[in-house]
Each structure stands twice: as C-alpha cells, then as structure tokens.
Write a protein that binds this ligand. Structure first.
Ligand code: SIN
Length: 297
C-alpha cells in the first residue's frame, strides 16, 4: 500500500468508521509513514475536531515517522520526567513496563487515572498520539471519555452553576500518590518541582476549533475550585468526574500492534486500564502536541 494508499485517499478522501458513542472513529486508507499532502492533514485535523479520538490501524512507523507526522499538527512538547524521553528522539515519551539493566526504559504506570495530558501547564496539550509498538496478549487497554458529550448531557442547573467557575490543576499531588503506589517512580528533583506551579483553568472550556463547550476537569489533575468552601468544591468535582466518565460517554480501546491513536486533549480524558505484567511487554511511544491556554464562555 503506502504511496498508492495515500494517492487513493487523496482522490477519494479518507474512510471513517464511528466506533464510540458520539466520538472515537477509525480512519482508513492512509499510511502515516508516507508524505501526506496539506489537504490530507487538514482532513485528519477536521476528523479530530469532529470525533475527538482517531484510530489508525496497521501502521508501520519509525520514531522519525511518528515525530514528522505529529509535527504537522503543531509544536511538540516534552515531559517533566525527562528520564523517560526517547534517548534519540526526545519528542517521544516512552510508556512501557520493559526493564533494561534493572531500570524501566519508560514510564510504566503512565495514565493510570482519568486525565487529559498536561492540563497542569498554563498552555496544555492540544492532542497526543500514542503508537503501539508491543502490546500484551491480555490487558493494557486505554479508556476514553467524551467531555463534550458529557457537558451537553448535564442538567441545566449544573451548567448554570459551573459556567464561570475556574479550577486549580496540578501534577504534584497525583505524582506523589503514584509514587507511593509504585516505588519505581523517581523522586522529582527540585528543578522539576519548581517547573510545576499550580494553574487555573475554566471548568467549562470552549473548544478553540469546534466552538463546542466541554467540561475541562479530570480526576487526575484537577484539585479544587478556589473561592468556594473545600467541601462544596470536592462534592461538585466528584459529581463532574463521575458524570463525565460514566458509561454513556465511554469507549474502551483494545490495542493491536501498529495502532496509532490520536486524541484531542481539549475534548477527552483517558485512563490506562493496566491488567498486565512482565513477562507480557507493553511498549508505546507518545508524542504530545502543544495547545493554547483554555478559555471559558
Ligand atoms: C497516557 O496516558 O498517555 C498513556 C495511556 C496508556 O498507556 O494507555
């Protein structure tokens, strides 16, 4: 296939198959290792804005291919855990349970909680691309939830209540909790701590491309809503977390080697389901695209 598939796609457009409830689509007829025209890139971008998560099956990508394809959608971001960036391609975060010389080659427990990537930064991520290089026979799924669908389904009185609220997002609480659960997580250096101040984001964000309203909170990184009593903030956030990740807005992806998922961090949250252990190996490469500061209504 390769160049021929891309020539066909350019003539007839990409194929799209909806998989999740109101979001998550499989895109066919395109080989991401090849040069793609500006028209195809813009079609993929439109599909991302329409669906929120895109699945490209059966890809054969080198690290350089993944970086090149990802760059078509914006500047790439690193990660505070620099020790897990790919040694030759630092634009790639290695997510893996594989150990070499007694050390993890990647972040073994990445995303074991609901989150959108890097919302603890002032300018969080637009979207991430996760490419499956090795997958376990059982376990290792990733769950996705649609925050635009979840917002639309909220009762009007909740929409009114949260319309102009802001919430604090932070990395450190979650990091320390994960470190207690998994002693292999390294202690953060002073420099890493200092690079992660708390940030405020609107609870309801306007998607900068589709114009849709989304809930912009996640259990992993949203800590509290300042300006209201802590108990009230905890109660409201717990309600929003549970609502947004309830079955109606959920899709579970069972990975196959060669899958590349491209998700919109401005519209979805995700969670790694776990459920596998060595000698079952899982090796995923993530590239993360920079976004803009979220804005509310
Ligand atoms: C992530 O949160 O970026 C990783 C998700 C996964 O490994 O399934």
């Amino acid at each position: 296939m390769t160049a021929i598939a891309n020539a066909v796609a350019e003539q007839f457009g990409l194929t799209t198959r909806q998989l999740g409830p109101g979001f998550f689509a499989e895109i066919g007829g395109v080989d991401l290792s090849q040069h793609l025209s500006a028209a195809t890139i813009s079609e993929i971008r439109e599909a991302l804005n329409r669906h929120g998560v895109l699945l490209f099956r059966g890809q054969r990508l080198s690290e350089a291919d993944q970086v090149r394809f990802s760059r078509q959608f914006g500047e790439l971001m690193g990660h505070v855990l620099t020790q897990y960036l790919h040694p030759r391609h630092p634009e790639i975060l290695v997510v893996s349970n594989i150990q070499e010389n007694g050390r993890n080659i990647g972040l073994a427990d990445a995303g074991h909680h609901w989150h959108a990537d890097l919302t603890y930064l002032a300018e969080p991520s637009l979207g991430s691309l996760l490419y499956a290089r090795e997958v376990p026979e059982t376990g290792g799924d990733t769950l996705f939830a649609d925050l635009a669908g979840a917002y639309d389904a909220l009762p009007q009185e909740v929409k009114d209540r949260i319309e102009s609220l802001q919430a604090v997002h932070l990395y450190l609480d979650t990091y320390e909790r994960l470190r207690k659960e998994n002693s292999q997580r390294p202690e953060l250096t002073e420099e890493q701590w200092a690079s992660l101040p708390d940030v405020l984001h609107p609870v309801v964000a306007i998607h900068p491309e589709s114009g849709r309203r989304t809930l912009y909170v996640s259990e992993g990184f949203t800590s509290h809503i300042p300006g209201i009593p802590r108990e009230e903030s905890d109660e409201l956030l717990s309600y929003l977390f549970a609502h947004s990740t309830s079955d109606a807005f959920l899709y579970r992806h069972r990975w196959e080697k060669g899958d590349l998922l491209f998700w919109d961090n401005r519209r979805t949250v995700h969670k790694a389901a776990g459920g596998y252990a060595l000698p079952q190996r899982r090796l995923m490469h993530r590239t993360t695209i920079k976004g803009t500061r979220p804005t509310g209504p």
